[in-house]
Design a protein. Sequence first.
Length: 719
Amino acid sequence: MHCAGCAGTVERALESLAGPGNVTVNVSLERADIRAAVDPVAAVAVVEAAGYGATSRSVSPQQRRADRERLDADRRASDRRTVALLALAVLLFVPFMIDMGLAMAGFGHNTVLSPRMQLALAIPVQFICGWRFMKGAVQATVRRSPNMDVLVALGTLAAFGFSTWRVLTGGQTHEPLYFEGAVAIITFVLLGKVLEANARSETTDALTALEREQVSTVLTFRDGAWIVVHVSSLRLGEYFAVRPGERAAADGVVTQGQSEMDESLVTGESTAQIKAAGSRIIAGAMNGTGMLTVEATAVGEDTTLSRIARLVDAAQTGKAPVQQLVDTIARYFVPAVLCIALATAAIWWFLGYSETALLAAISVLVISCPCALGLATPVALVAGTGVAAKAGIVVRDIDALEAAASIDTIAFDKTGTLTEGHPRIAAISAPGIGSEDALKLALALSLGSEHPLASAIKAEAADRDISTDAALNIAAVPGMGVRGDINGVHALFGSAEFIRGAGISLGVLEQVINRDPGFGDAQSISWLAGAGRIIGAFAFVDGIRSHAEQAIAALKSQGMHVVMLSGDRHPAAEAIAAKLGITDCHAGLKPADKVQVLRKLQLSGKKVAMVGDGLNDTPALAAASLGIAMGSGTDAARATAGITLIRPDLRLVAKAIQVAKATRTVIRQNLWFAFLFNGIGIPMAALGLLTPTIAGAAMAASSVLVVLNAVHLSRQNPL
């Protein structure tokens, strides 16, 4: 496919199978996505009946990579053929250029080339170099879907046919011929195709790189021996080796060895990360000098690399709302141009200028090719999502990209987002039973939880060499706490509201901890209760995440209003907000309260993005205009968010907004340019102010400029 008309034809053909609205065709990626139950064989047959070639995509990521490599090889072969045809066209166009130069210098037409020599030179260009356009025009006409090929074929054949008629009917040598116009149009269109193909390949580099780095074989430990197997057979929990200079075959945890790994492909982090026993590694990361033994925690389609590739892939095939308008315009564009060309010819002919009628009509046909219009949005979208992926930002779909470009307010969850999410216990107060027994009870309720405070409990218990069995009948209340049965006694561990909600008073203990210096700087306090009475209190502190202050400053420099939402106590939350320069701080919030704060902001006209990481942030992420999840957060948060930050660097929030706005800007620039180009070019051509040669050069240049504008976006340096 090479224009919006082609994409529209394929889309309509596939919609005959899948139904209207269930097909998205991306002209830049040369790909169709179908959201309906259809037979792939039937889908391919429909596309082929429409005059295009197609293959169905495989479910296996390895097979998809092989298919892409095969298609890339086919595309490179096609590009080489186009270059060869361009070389032939240029070679045969040079004599015409010399002849035109001499004519402009006052030596007259046909000084170097006789009419028959011009015909001899034009025939190979028209019917060898330009055969693809004529073949495409016939196919488009048969299926009643006129496209760019129709305009090029009609324009060049008109110039070639009229000139050939003059030569064969014995026209005089002083009569103007227009072979050079037909030759120039085909030459410039081919040149545009070559430049466009080279530029478009740069915008798809991100996805290609992600797919290329998925390894095909892995050294794994099975049946007491190390053997090399295909990566698709690697199972969860198996041990595999990452040798020096190799890429990791799956996500996992290092069990033996030490090395440094380059994770920049996936995370954008340029510094090599030291890996030792207990370290997590990501599929696709490049190992350094050491040998690592790794236990697989995610394999196949579940690895971080595969998920990123899948999300980037899905985002790049989306269709911006403005593209719907472009597709509608493109559907009627070529028929409208044909009518304009006929009207132009008729008017000039009626005025008595027969040759001007021909040249003006040809110029209208050629300059109106809708390539720039069709490419304006897809190439920008592919470039924008690609540069985001290189920075470690995964955009789920085009809607998320559109939403990100409109954001003016950023709301941050505190724990695990602005802070490290690795709180530690600063103090324990349990006057009746002692701190160790209180810790043991809290541990029993926390063993099955992945909450950061539960992790702090488990870490403190490990340091004190305390162990216990998990409580029975455990039930967690997101954002509040957890309850369960310990030795037949019902116990609770969580916020003050959670304890009071169970009808238990904090009693004297609340006054005790207010006088305890260990609780003075606590960012969060959890309460332990059992058998209907309060038992103890735990104070937690958490460090501010690195680069958080820089991230807030960067967002403010973009004109963003920054808000902090926290379930922690007001003094602790306000202290963190003050350190980060956040003046709008809301503390003591339950998950539902965070949603209410976001809705109030939205009702005031704000476009709000919520940045969070935990299960209790999921409602807020869904309620916000845009959800942004930390890659280190929970699966639920990542599934709800429109954007995921693969590495826990808050500076990526500003980068994501910046890339989204830059992508929207490029889309708008491209569309304005495409509409302006046709809006000015068509009237000029109809008025006889453009020759077919100039029209051909301008049309080719318009497509190349649109793609180069997107390439400029794709070359932005990720953070």
